[in-house]
Design a protein around this ligand. Structure first.
Ligand code: BGC
Length: 558
């Protein structure tokens, strides 16, 4: 079989028909219900203890950190209360060895160190001031730390949340693998390392990046109605939406505000259909899963997200290269100029290594629509060390890459469509003609050409949505969602801290207890030789001014 015929055969394997889309949506809705009934299901449907979305008037300075992919971000966010915010951030690549460290401490002490560096760099004055002024005081509930930064911890892995700042890590995803951390409270792991450095920081809220995205979109979104869904299509994929408390049948332990009647649910849809009832299964999907470190999990994510698409593409190309009779990257005269050149693939090409193909090259393939595919051919050379690829090579590569990208977008549409349908907002008269707003973030949705267009094309074929419904769905980018969202949740958490005064209350209390608390704290810092010095000085003054002091005593005391 020739290259074109074999390419077409592979492309067809990645087709996902309209019928399959509809079956996918029904299955997604069914698995959502199951996840709301009990734990341990494919779609985890994790209650987040976030019971409302912001309206743009929130104010304050908060810290946020974000661990969820290749980088660790630390930021401070000033919420201005008028739907705007100012964000200062720093980003550091997580050393690969820490992603698979032996102990959780290794990773979390690195994270705490980055927080310290950030505070010293961007908030030094504030930081030093707080370090100096830090003291404890007693109130009826016990000792409280007063001068501290509240921090929202965006931790984008499946976590069984048991409180607004408590959550047990269920499993790692996206290439992380530190078994020692599984089953532990990730907030406590971080707080312990923060405390070890003596930083004035309290982990106030634990947030999944999708929840942050939902919050951020609602804070900044211009519409009257908040966003109904926050979703990430990046290295990983997931979504969080607002559910009626009455529909959450499984136990939600601990206390939370019930007044809104709602709670944000982190679906963890990366694990939708781990049992493969409706997800496609090509030989390359199978191979990718077999070789992964979480076999049988994140089956939806493994077909949709940026971490995996490049690898699926690599596996198809490797298969083509194995076939002697297929002319891929073997052209004896592949040049498109006067030079005669032969295509070669360097042995150290990423094509021959697991995870060696970065998904970003798929965006190049999709964006290059020139007759000679010059940009793609250059990228093949620069990124994959395929020298002098021919036009036919590039065409085959592009066709397969686009098929994988298109399938990912159509599968993504299943998740968004199912949740939009579940909210019932498409036909809700109280929605008042407002679009049904979905906040999204992530490299794929931001940079893969036509990703959103392909999702809309899929929406139109879904029962209950159709052309009219698709036009009502508004998918908007929520940039920096995880940072701003985490700050917003830290704000809510601060106000919710049970029996614990919020910063405003604290500053009021301080004026009444300031002197007692401050004196007690200052005295506890005086060393024995300072006490001795004070004693000697007092004795000296007393002996020189004895008559004067007696006079004062007689006049005012005796
Ligand atoms: C994680 C989710 C996260 C998503 C996007 C997935 O691998 O399980 O918790 O929201 O990636 O970052």
């Amino acid at each position: 079989m020739g290259l074109t015929a074999e390419t077409n055969r592979i492309v067809r394997e990645f087709d996902y028909s309209d019928d399959q889309l509809n079956q996918g949506v029904s299955e997604f809705l069914a698995q959502m219900e199951l996840g709301l009934e009990k734990d341990g299901t494919s779609l985890s449907q994790i209650p987040t203890y976030v019971t409302g979305v912001p309206n743009g008037t929130e104010k304050g300075l908060y810290l946020a950190v974000d661990l969820g992919g290749t980088n660790f971000r630390v930021c401070s966010i000033q919420l201005n209360g008028d739907t705007t915010f100012n964000l200062t951030y720093s980003k550091v690549a997580i050393p690969r060895e820490l992603m698979t460290a032996k102990t959780a401490k290794e990773l979390f002490s690195f994270l705490a160190k980055q927080i310290e560096v950030f505070l010293r760099t961007h908030h030094n004055e504030h930081f030093e001031h707080r370090m100096r002024r830090r003291f404890t005081f007693s109130n009826p509930e016990g000792f409280q730390d007063e001068e501290i930064f509240r921090l929202g911890f965006t931790f984008s892995f499946p976590v069984q949340q048991i409180g607004i700042n408590k959550g047990i890590l269920m499993r790692w995803t996206k290439g992380f693998d530190i078994p020692d951390a599984v089953g532990k409270d990730v907030c406590e792991l971080l707080q312990t390392e923060i405390d070890r450095l003596g930083l004035p920081v309290k982990v106030a809220a634990l947030v999944n990046d999708t929840v942050g995205t939902l919050m951020a979109r609602s804070y900044t979104s211009p519409g009257k109605q908040g966003a109904v869904l926050g979703a990430i299509f990046g290295t990983g994929t997931n979504g969080a939406y607002i559910e009626k408390l009455a529909n959450i049948k499984k136990n939600v332990p601990g206390s939370f505000d019930k007044s809104t009647g709602d709670m944000v649910i982190n679906t963890e849809w990366g694990s939708f259909d781990n049992q493969l009832n409706v997800l496609p299964r090509t030989p390359w999907d199978h191979k990718l899963d077999e070789d992964s470190n979480n076999r049988g999990f994140q089956m939806f994510e493994k077909r949709v997200s940026g971490m995996f698409l490049g690898e699926i593409l690599r596996l198809t190309i490797v298969d083509l290269l194995k076939q002697e009779n297929i002319q891929l990257f073997r052209d004896a005269n592949s040049s498109h100029n006067d030079w005669v050149s032969t295509t070669t693939v360097a042995p150290e090409s990423g094509l021959f290594k697991q995870w060696g193909v970065d998904t970003a090259i798929m965006s190049v393939a999709a964006a290059d629509n020139t007759p000679s595919l010059g940009t793609l051919r250059q990228a093949l050379e620069d990124q994959l060390l395929v020298y002098s690829p021919s036009l036919e090579d590039a065409q085959a590569f592009k066709a397969i890459a686009e098929a994988i990208g298109r399938r990912a977008a159509r599968l993504s549409a299943i998740a968004v469509a199912a949740i939009v349908l579940k909210t019932g907002k498409l036909n809700d008269p109280s929605w008042d003609g407002e679009p049904v707003d979905v906040g999204v973030d992530g490299s794929l949705v931001e940079h893969y050409p036509y990703f959103r267009d392909m999702m809309y094309e899929a929406f139109k074929t879904i029962e209950g949505i159709g052309e009219e419904g698709a036009n009502k769905i508004q998918i908007g980018i929520a940039k920096d969602g995880s940072g701003v969202g985490a700050a917003l949740i830290a704000l809510v958490a601060t106000a919710m801290e049970k029996n614990q005064p919020t910063p405003e209350v604290l500053s009021k209390q301080r004026s009444s207890i300031f002197s007692v608390g401050r004196i007690r704290w200052e005295l506890s810092r005086v060393s024995w030789w300072q006490w001795a010095g004070v004693g000697l000085l007092t004795a000296f003054v007393a002996s020189r001014r004895r008559d004067y002091l007696f006079g004062l005593w007689r006049r005012y005391v005796a």
